[in-house]
Write a new protein. Sequence first.
Length: 543
Amino acid sequence: MKSTFMTDYDHTVGEKLRHFRSISGIEYKRIYDETSWNKKLPDAGEYPYTRGIYKDMYRARLWTRRQQSGFGTPEESNELLKFLFKVGQTGINIDSDIAGKLGLDPDYPLARADVGLQGTSMCTYEDMLALFKDIPIEKISSTLIFPPPSSAVIMSQYLLMADERGIRVHDLSGTIMNCPFTQLVGPTFQANTAFFPIDLALKIGLDLIEYLLKTVPRWNVLNVNSRNIRECGVNAVQEAAFAISLGMDYVRRLLERGLDVDSFGPRIGFFCAVHLDIFEEVAKFRAMRRIWARVMKEMFKAKDERSMRFRCAVQTSSLTFTAQEPMNNIVRAAIQTLTAVLSGVQSVDTTCYDEAYCLPTEKAQKLAIRTQQIIAYETGVTKVVDPLGGSYFLETLTDEMEEKIWEAIKEIEKKGGFIECFKKGIIEQELNEARYKLANELENGDLAIVGVNIFRSEDSASDIELFEHSPDMQKKRIEYSVQYKKRPGRELTYKALKDLYLFTKRGGQGNFVIPIMEAVRSGATLQEICDAMREALDYQIPC
């Protein structure tokens, strides 16, 4: 095997890095000492939570191991969930296929080719029952990765399932992602507006928040998804600024509804990325904790300390994973997982090494969970709260990151806030510029990727096991969707859909969750519910 990088290597000179900048462009000094940073840190669990949001952190309780999962049919995903729990997963993270996120059923023409490929195919209440069959939802925290309007439909199905099982809402815990701006390929305008009107999606998301606040006391009502933003190619500063700015917009809109900030503050979370620049990533999370705490306390006047805590789930980066020499991704995933733990996050999804090729195999999923378990139980990093705290380098970098994130937030605020910038295309423009910059850095080697643009081998592919869908999976799901809608005795379904249509036509005065839940109870499918609202607004899917 021949390496194209080392052929001209001069052993008398040795290797040297091309620059000493972070991924976000911060120039690192040769050494850091007390002249760089000589402040005093508050304890973990104390405002502004630089060292962690809880006093004892992982000494009291380890983070939740929550692998993102779902593929094919609900029955297949149910078997995967049981496998993941068997090998040590401690929370559920259910992702849907693209159709589910867009409010489409499997038989819709545009959806057919993608059914069940990127996540679980979900369209009916029966699908929800099959997905969670024999899983004790009253004992396990569930994250449901759906944007509005689908989030309201899926949450209604989940609550109906709990009610039919006789489970009290007080015993349910989990998270609904519930953001219409960041759940697809980041906050790209066309991807998030082509299948449902964005203003109505936002209202439904806010309605769902308000409904859950009153009815399901332990459920997290919103996860601001900075992970998908980061995977678009932006840097750590931009990721943090975009996410916090969007979080601020949500808080404003909830306050405008007359809600008290402490009624919803403790139930807002963030879903973030973690990349390979270890110290920059740790500094990013420390800075985000400080900024969010100050925003909630000083700007929005929160009194409850729980409202000020930046609660964060992470998934290690897929953007850094390569199809060339994919076994290298095992190392990348382990480093990123360790970085997340050193950052003090609350939940971790370790991306599987084969995801540059396919959905993860059970073998890869098991290795990802074992990676987390080894870090938790063998490395010793969980035995001390904030083990990197007080490092001259880290604390200086945290201050620099905080300053740069604030600067970026202020620029967004000057232009009307994140949501307004999204609608004007300003966010998309920044994403495109970031993508172009990232591509240039990869091309010229400023951003080194081992096995891709340095130490590249002619034989870079590896013989790895690939995930394979059941050959008739899509056909079965499409046929199921078609036949389901042909069932006799759907008069109550049509009535509920008409009521939802009229509710929307009249301007949606009131909470959308109520008529959506009635439609779910009547047996309406995901797309039938979304179509009733689309039709009321004369909204056509551009296809």
